[in-house]
Design a protein around this ligand. Sequence first.
Ligand code: BDR
Ligand code: CA
Length: 323
Amino acid sequence: MSIEKKRFYFDCDTGIDDAMALGYLLAEKESVEILGIGTVCGNISAQQGAKNTLDLLRLAGQPSVPVAIGENSYLYHDYVCDVQHIHGENGIGDLALALAPSAFHAITESAAELLVRLARENPGKLDIIATGPLTNIAKALQLEPLLPELVGCMTIMGGAALAPGNRTPVAEANIACDPEAAALVFNAMNNIVMVPLDVTMSHTFEEKDKNRLLLSDKPFAKAIGEMLELYIDFYVDTYGRKACALHDPVAAVLAVRGLDACIAPKVKVVIDATPGPGRGQTLCDMRGKYLGYPEPPGANCHVVLSTSQNMADLLMHKLLSVG
Ligand code: BDR
Ligand code: CA
């Protein structure tokens, strides 16, 4: 008996750790079907993100997954690329050898249009993974207000519940880039899984992991190893050693494998979209902590605080198998 694959729309700002998340999803091809990918500005422009995604898909031997270029400015303000020191000028670590270009092009629909179409074609069967700013998802909600009823679960990498932020003292980068979009999404949807810095900062690849990828004879794994040279250097000031956080791939793993191995209470999460110092903060109502987190009325989001899954081992195994 064949198991029905989970169907996903993947929204990303490709991005070194987005590339790792993509590799993981492609490696799970026995259980995962990526129906479409949309790119959004964030780590890189939406256009460059689409090129990176298409070229990575070619490298992974799955070149025909539809890729749509999404929003290249945020809901109410312009996009400025300022993370070249983390993700490189091209978003994928300025690989010494640029990836060979894919023969495939981005489709003509926008990312929001693609998401809405896929949701209508697969009512109740499509899950979303979002590893960039939530601008495309907000636009899709504006196009189709029934989107929350059409889709299953939406897993996002973003936010910080009890951990510090990484863009400001309280805000995580994906939410901080477009807090208005995040606020729209969190107000409209009640089946969100938020994979915040609380959990993603606790799962790392070390220098030895990068070296293992570099030794692979598979081009996708080797390319990830090359990208990690820059990414790992950036994190030295954070961790005090050569290691990098596995933000986006941890979100992808939890979207595919579920929350059984996690502490992930369902609570009410509100986004601070005001202009003050709290802008971009994910305000998670954790007041049920001392009662074991009973689900409160109005809860919209599972907040993943930790997982017992060894993410680094799983991701290494999966990335080495791509292509
Ligand atoms: C998030 O911000 C981006 O730089 C990464 O790709 C990840 O999605 C981490 O805060
Ligand atoms: Ca990302």
